[in-house]
Design a protein around this ligand. Structure first.
Ligand code: SAM
Length: 196
């Protein structure tokens, strides 16, 4: 998976990493910034997704498609598609460009809109990466956990960097008898939940 990443994907990852780094220091308004995961989190997500049981991959919060590119490596390796949701039209456009440019439109389905309007129709979720506004984490958690396949994984970003804001949902996950849960200190901190 990591030994033969296509050059087009590597190049776009590097471009987006540079853009994200620039955004963080040049005063770009928050909603316009890419706010991507760091590369080590991308590798972690790809490893987890590749090890997930049979079922669907989903992502909530695409931005320009950086984390989706990491997930596409697992999708390609495992013969799965990723459905990724993005709310903001400018980000949807950037993500669409990313996926077309690197040739992953066969493994990535990009849906424009609020993920919460679509999640009720999803089932048999093997892997979900949640990386949207923190205000929607609780709603997404409530809908997704019952829909996880046995052994399925829900991974939520910023569990350490935004610990205070996310404390109620972290407490809920850590005490939820339907899942085994751990907060992993990689990147900005990942909440990893596995359906029992
Ligand atoms: C932190 S960024 C995602 C970064 C991306 N996962 C990456 O690492 O490349 C969060 C994104 O979630 C989007 N978003 C926020 N709320 C959403 C919702 N309810 N449904 C879909 N997308 C949402 C935002 O517009 C923003 O682009």
């Amino acid at each position: 998976m990591f030994h033969n990443i296509p050059p087009a994907i590597l190049n776009r990852m590097k471009q987006l990493e540079a853009l994200d780094a620039k955004d963080r220091v040049d005063g770009t308004p928050r909603l316009e910034r890419l706010r991507q995961i760091p590369p080590e989190t991308g590798r972690f997500l790809a490893l987890l997704a590749a090890a997930a049981p049979e079922g669907n991959y989903i992502e909530i919060g695409t931005s320009a498609g950086y984390s989706t590119l990491w997930l596409s490596l697992a999708g390609r390796a495992q013969g799965r598609t990723i459905t990724t949701f993005e709310l903001l039209p400018e980000k949807v456009q950037m993500a669409a460009e990313t996926f077309t440019m690197v040739g992953v439109t066969d493994v990535v389905q990009l849906i424009a809109g609020d993920a919460r309007d679509y999640l009720a129709d999803m089932s048999d979720i093997a892997f979900c990466f949640l990386d949207a506004e923190k205000e929607v984490y609780a709603d997404c958690y409530t809908i997704i956990v019952p829909k996880l396949a046995p052994g399925g994984l829900l991974v939520a970003d910023n569990a350490i960097s935004h610990r205070a804001t996310l404390q109620p949902i972290l407490d809920r996950a850590l005490n939820d008898p339907r899942i085994d849960t751990l907060i992993v200190p990689i990147g900005t901190g990942e909440l990893v939940c596995r359906k029992i």
